[in-house]
Design a protein around this ligand. Sequence first.
Ligand code: PMP
Length: 300
Amino acid sequence: MQTVSKIWMDGKLIPWEKAQIHVLTHTFHYGGGAFEGIRFYETNKGPAVFRLTDHIKRLFYSASVLDMKIPHSRKDLENAVIKLIKAVKLKSGYIRPIVYYGYEKMGLDPIGSPVNTAIAVWPWGAYLGEKPVKTHISKFIRIHPSSTYPEAKLCGHYVNSILASLDARHNNAKEAILLDYKGNVAEGPGENIFMVKNGVLITPKKGSILSGITRDSLKQLAKKLKIQNKEALISKKELLSADEVFFSGTAAEVTAIGSIDGKKISNGKMGPITSSLKDLFTETVHGRVPEFKNWLTYVK
Ligand code: PMP
């Protein structure tokens, strides 16, 4: 990975290589931490963070399900992100805030452990590459909504994502698609999923997914493009017979899905609705769409 000069840790900017934790850090063992993935982009007014307030809000929600009291305000963490981007002098990149139960005690009840916070940024290109991706429907189902809080972005949830990613790799695919416990399409290991059928944009209903900030943004952009869109239950059969399928997410942005388990989606290329949404998304994050400028926090 490409490194930068500093990381923000518990209120201070410290050298990248000094940003370390104790091996008995509670979250390292049990996964009871929360994190975010945010991107910032180059605009004609300098770098701008995309939907910073919404991401930090979700971080606080995620921490709250763990009874974790983050020892900073939301505003403090937003300011810390801006300060860090300025300090490392990047024009664009990825931002990873994480809050975790630290080193003090072991045992599953985390209360009594200190709460630590860190924010890292680094340059990160297209997460799944530029071309339509080969996918595999995983043998692992998405985390069950009665086992956890799917809307919280918790570290431990990502074991499910790692297993699905490895399963995809074992099946010669670049990325996994996970079904929910009822057998309907849920999402990718780190992305939401959309399909297009007869000109209508459809994405799985909330319940077993992390309903992403990119997903929300794309629904609003679809409205602007006068593309009819809805949330619905999607069966595996419906997904396989879709005209277009794509992933959405902060890291993946808009990534077309070329095939699912060896079956091409249309001609395997990016479809027209995916392409128009991707283009408008790109314009938006670079600050070129006036009506969505309030999604950007400029690093001044
Ligand atoms: N689902 C999962 C499981 C994810 O990890 C992510 C990435 N945060 C998403 C969906 C997409 O969310 P967002 O658009 O907020 O990045």
